[in-house]
Design a binder for this molecule. Sequence first.
Ligand SMILES: Cc1cc2nc3c(=O)[nH]c(=O)nc-3n(C[C@H](O)[C@H](O)[C@H](O)COP(=O)(O)OP(=O)(O)OC[C@H]3O[C@@H](n4cnc5c(N)ncnc54)[C@H](O)[C@@H]3O)c2cc1C
Length: 343
Amino acid sequence: MEELSKIDREIRELLENKLPSLSERIDKENMVPGSFIETLRDYEVFDPKSLGELMEMVRIASRSSPAVAHLILINGTAKLLLNKKLRLRRKIVAVSITEAGGGSDIKANLSTRADIVNGKFLLKGTKFFTSNALYADYFLVLAITGKGPTLFLLEKSKNIKIEVMELTAMRGAGISVVHYNDAVTESVIGEEGKGLKYALMAINTGRLGYSVIGLGIAEGLLSETVKYAKEKVVFGKPLIGLQGPRWMIAELYSKIDVLRAYIKDILANEKNVDPLKASIAKVLGARLSQEASWISIQLQGGRGLAKGSLYERLSRDSRALDIGEGAREVLLDFIGYRTSKIL
Ligand SMILES: Cc1cc2nc3c(=O)[nH]c(=O)nc-3n(C[C@H](O)[C@H](O)[C@H](O)COP(=O)(O)OP(=O)(O)OC[C@H]3O[C@@H](n4cnc5c(N)ncnc54)[C@H](O)[C@@H]3O)c2cc1C
């Protein structure tokens, strides 16, 4: 299938051919094996050179392991934000914003505090759904100071405690509850009191990335489904020779092609990802991956429901795309509001 952007041949090979053999284990154990994390570091997967490169890695990984794609994406969104000032080569960064009260209304639910003690900030509070936390060397954390919500960078330390969450989706993405127990930092990202603005920059890239995960899931499911539909014979014909299945596949292929073109168009202006387009792409990507999961399971018949199969894993993961990086309803509200201003 057509690429979103050029990437290193060895990285493509790693994500396309080696990752699929690990993806079931990653999902089962809710963890990426340490040796594979090191391989990803060695291949510079955690040091994207451009947004296009990041999104292409995410697309390929999503075909077999959306969780690994998620890990690459969240680190990448943070690195692209930080790299203007900091170089954290080989390091993995987690993004820690959501709290117990919920992630949609970030500001109202923000209770993690950062108080100045001896010229340094001490962070105290608990975050939920911090992706990458299990593997992270650094944490980007939103906390309140006297000047308002502020984004901080913290290095892993004994004052940061992690409890990995047992979710049904994105298993292995290291999504965790993280306790900051007087965790120390001097590193403010951007301006103190303007943290929401910087957090939203990373979230905006993340929204585009979620649409790419949706695209990758749909591509992965489509290619498996076409393979199956060519081999499976019903009523004396291959499944693909029947009009019903052929139309389902045709519709899926067409929508994938259109979404890929839309994402490529957004990526043409890498330095300035349009929040409206990123939101539209996210809503469409989530919907497309869920449709792909329905079609692929349907055409497999009963065996499409086998536990632990690629279809089952990708279906579960596709569901998360309507929640992470902004719930579907919040994005539709934003799209509707912007539409009312444009038209
Ligand atoms: C896979 C995954 C990865 C994540 N990774 C991270 C991460 O790395 N870092 C991080 O900080 N957070 C992360 N999150 C949290 C994520 O940002 C929140 O889940 C998301 O913002 C929604 O917040 P919530 O789940 O608390 O739902 P709530 O805010 O409690 O909302 C619940 C539901 O209410 C509805 N709703 C909310 N607001 C509106 C509205 N205005 N109009 C209509 N309906 C509305 C929606 O249906 C929504 O799903 C992740 C979540 C998931 C699922």
